[in-house]
Design a protein around this ligand. Structure first.
Ligand SMILES: NC(=O)c1ccc[n+]([C@@H]2O[C@H](COP(=O)([O-])OP(=O)(O)OC[C@H]3O[C@@H](n4cnc5c(N)ncnc54)[C@H](O)[C@@H]3O)[C@@H](O)[C@H]2O)c1
Ligand SMILES: [Zn+2]
Ligand SMILES: [Zn+2]
Length: 361
């Protein structure tokens, strides 16, 4: 018997989201039903509402969630009802050409629940990033539910499921930031500040936070930034070079996703430095760079999908670092809100008032 749940649905491009009653099917083979306890509001949810990801409305939004397993289908592995989990939008299939080559963090055929959740009239919903967790219950593939230490409160733990992992992994997994590196992070929202915190944690010597908003920069200092640049006042490339003996940073992370910030990241690198693009561009955007600069500046230009994370490996590590007081996950929880306040949370995000609003259910 399907379970009824209250959930946040985006019905049409650009239209405000609404709280609706949805139907969540009983878990089938390889699926689990999760009772969601908390789910962060991410910029990507807004991208969905704006129709910037796909046109498959209606969407069931929300994808940065923690909760407990309520019911398991056949073949759900070791998961059992009551397990405390963080939901992941990557569950490596083990069979695609990337998994077979030993690179499951790129998995090209990540698992999701097979059965759709629906509106009360049976209209299938597209779950954001295969999760859909602004909902009392949600249905995911068993591999998407990653057990973590239940001592971590759900408001904080859920954030590991997307933005924080994306930013942390952009620095550590994709950018390979390590001891002694200089790092610049352009855009210090939830994603960028996680990259700042990760860089500081692994021993980067200089961690330069760049944003247009002074509040974001203050928060970045709290997460371990050694220097800040207000890009509304000075030129980002010049300022990064000044802070790195005139050379540029070893790793520059674009956590905004605009042609202008990509260009800044490209030129704010030292020779042979690494650019990591983690901010998601709009499909209409393009960039024009002199080919001689691509060659002459060398290094690596990388995209970071979900921080190149392996959820089953990385989520428990980040939760442990949090519980040991080494990684300030609580610092990303700006406020907790109710299910019917997601639209207001989008406004606060757009105004830059929050790093993360977290819906508590
Ligand atoms: N690659 C991935 O797997 C992945 C995962 C999650 C989110 N994202 C993407 O990462 C991006 C950031 O997400 P977020 O939740 O942190 O968003 P956010 O809106 O909270 O943060 C964006 C920050 O960028 C700043 N900014 C905007 N324009 C700027 C500019 N020109 N120069 C400097 N700073 C500027 C804003 O002031 C804000 O602080 C989004 O595009 C989101 O979709 C990517
Ligand atoms: Zn795969
Ligand atoms: Zn997200």
């Amino acid at each position: 018997m399907a379970v009824e749940a209250r959930a946040v649905v985006a019905r049409a491009k650009g239209a405000p989201v609404s709280v609706e009653t949805i139907l969540v099917p009983d878990p089938g083979p390889g699926e689990v039903m999760v009772r969601v306890q908390a789910c962060g509001v991410c910029h990507t949810d807004l991208h969905y509402r704006e129709g910037a990801i796909t046109d498959d409305f209606p969407f069931l939004l929300g994808h940065e969630a923690a909760g407990t397993v309520e019911a398991v289908g056949e073949g759900a592995g070791e998961l059992a009802p009551g397990d405390y989990v963080v939901l992941a939008w990557r569950a490596p299939c083990g069979r695609c050409r990337s998994c077979r080559r030993g690179r499951p963090w790129y998995c090209f055929d990540s698992a999701n629940a097979v059965q759709p959740m629906t509106l009360a009239d049976g209209t299938p919903l597209t779950a954001a990033l295969g999760i859909g967790a602004f909902a009392e219950h949600t249905l995911v593939a068993a591999g998407q539910a990653v057990p973590v230490d239940p001592a971590a409160r759900p408001e904080a733990a859920g954030l590991i499921g997307c933005g924080v992992m994306a930013g942390f992994g952009a620095a550590v997994n994709t950018g390979g930031v390590g001891l002694g590196d200089s790092v610049a992070v352009i855009g210090c929202g939830g994603v960028g500040n996680a990259a700042v915190a990760a860089s500081a944690l692994v021993g980067a010597r200089r961690v330069i936070a760049v944003d247009l908003d002074a509040r974001k920069l203050e928060w970045a200092v709290g997460f371990g930034a050694t220097h800040t640049i207000n890009a509304s006042e000075v030129d980002t490339v010049d300022a990064v070079r000044e802070l790195t003996d005139g050379f540029g940073a070893d790793v520059v992370i674009d956590a905004v996703g605009l042609p202008s910030t990509y260009r800044q990241a490209f030129y704010a690198r030292d020779l042979a430095g690494t650019l990591v693009q983690v901010g998601v561009p709009d499909p209409t955007m393009s960039i024009d760079l002199p080919l001689i600069d691509l060659f002459g500046r060398g290094g690596a230009l990388k995209s970071s999908w979900y921080g190149d994370c392996l959820p089953s490996r990385d989520f428990p590590v980040l939760i442990d670092l949090y519980l040991q007081g080494k990684f300030d996950l609580d610092g990303f929880v700006s406020e907790t809100v109710a299910l019917d306040q997601v639209e207001a949370a989008f406004d606060k995000m757009a105004r830059g008032d929050v790093l993360r609003s977290v819906v508590v259910l």
